[in-house]
Design a protein around this ligand. Structure first.
Ligand SMILES: Cc1ncc(COP(=O)(O)O)c(C=O)c1O
Length: 394
């Protein structure tokens, strides 16, 4: 990366996205900065280039100082999430009694699917969608049925109904695996859309499992609506976590949350599932939700800035790329079909531009010709990434 990127580095900035240099980031040992050689700039997997929120770092330091590294217990994580949900989303329906700790969101999804479906039950998803939705479901042996998002990147109720019709013919106890907010498009489903989904699911007797991991990362102009809070959503099962919003995927833990009519299902969760999450993870996630609100607000401002910056950079350097800044997540879903780079532009950007983005292809129908770019980085790295993408066309 060009040396001038370091001159604008702002270690004392309030913006969590401007506190680490490329050299520091390259010393990290986690996936994002290690999967590719040093001359590749990585803006792919959903890790953020931030320091820890101070309350989180302090909670971990305190635990380490005490040797507090035993087994987890108690409902502090769920209570912190309930307070966060009430303050941020105006939702008071999260009862710690109807929650369970799970190792992480995707293993939580697997466990929820086991609770409300059979080994042959189809699972409906909305592509383009987070690729592990396919991988985890398929490795459970359950067939996936696609209900693609509409061209507006929103849930297409007709496509969903067609998928539900197919699903009820194809096997017992189908489940709809909803992503809210949606990865990779960053779509925030409205209360009305979610209520329509819930009504449709009830009509077809299809249970809904909803992955709400990105819920805290919603632009200030938009409001996240928990699925369990909408009329008809009472028999849903949700997975939430502080992992994405505070960059804690290495500190494993997440929460499964049952709506009032799904409480009995959650009670059937095998006790041993709660052995998976890490005690240190629960400490970190709890501190994030309880005391990390200011840090999150600064992050959200930084992400808004980066969305605008990306739009400007693309207009200037890659005007043929279609980009609609999202309302949520730190991911940008870029339509590169007019660039003439074929089905997998990410492969060309990597090979010719030395910049790593996610290929759209594993996201399922609607992913061909798209790339997913991770915005949770400094404006300087983002600028250099677009420069590299443009150089791939030269
Ligand atoms: C929609 C979605 N679900 C789940 C995960 C992974 O979460 P976890 O590491 O808690 O399984 C991600 C990570 O990016 C994600 O985007």
């Amino acid at each position: 990366m060009a040396d001038n990127s370091r001159e604008v580095f702002a270690p004392h900035s309030d913006n969590p996205l401007r506190q680490l240099t490329v050299d520091q980031l390259r010393r990290r040992t986690s996936l994002k900065w290690r999967a590719y050689p040093e001359n590749v700039l990585p803006l792919w997997v959903a890790e953020m280039d931030t320091l820890l929120a101070e309350p989180v770092a302090q909670a971990i330091r305190d635990a380490v100082a005490l040797g507090d590294t035993g087994y987890p217990t108690g409902s502090g994580y769920a209570e912190a999430l309930a307070t966060f949900a009430s303050e941020r989303w105006g939702w008071d329906g999260l009862s710690a009694k109807r929650t369970a700790i799970v190792p992480d969101v995707m293993l939580g999804v697997v466990e929820m699917l086991k609770l409300v479906s059979d080994p042959s039950s189809p699972v409906i998803v909305n592509p383009p969608v987070y690729p592990p939705f396919f991988q985890f479901v398929e490795s459970m042996g359950r067939p996936v049925i696609e209900a693609p998002l509409g061209a507006d990147r929103r849930i297409d109720l007709e496509a969903l109904e067609a998928a539900f019709t197919l699903a009820v013919q194809g096997g017992d106890r189908p489940v709809y695996l909803l992503c809210s907010p949606h990865n990779p498009t960053g779509t925030v489903h409205t209360a009305e859309e979610l209520a329509d989904v819930a009504a449709l699911a009830r009509r077809y007797r299809i249970r809904v499992v909803v992955d709400e991991i990105h819920a805290p990362i919603v632009a200030s102009s938009t409001r996240f609506v928990p699925y369990l809070s909408v009329p008809g959503g009472e028999n849903g099962l949700s997975l939430m976590s502080a992992s994405k919003a505070w960059n804690l995927p290495g500190l494993k833990s997440a929460l499964a949350i049952a709506g009032p009519d799904a409480a009995d299902d959650l009670l059937r969760l095998p006790e041993e599932v709660s052995h998976g999450p890490s005690h240190l993870g629960i400490i970190a996630h709890t501190a994030a939700l309880r005391d990390g609100g200011d840090w999150l607000d600064s992050l959200l401002v930084g992400l808004d800035d980066n969305r605008r910056l990306l739009a400007d950079l693309l207009t200037e350097h890659l005007p043929a790329v279609r980009y609609a800044p999202a309302q949520a997540t730190y991911l940008a879903w870029l339509d590169c079909r007019r660039l003439g780079l074929g089905d997998d532009p990410a492969a060309i950007f990597l090979e010719r531009g030395r910049v790593a983005l996610n290929s759209g292809i594993p996201f399922g129908t609607g992913g061909t010709g798209f790339v997913r770019l991770n915005l949770a980085t400094s404006p300087e790295i983002l600028t250099e990434a677009v420069r590299r993408m443009a150089s791939a066309l030269a």
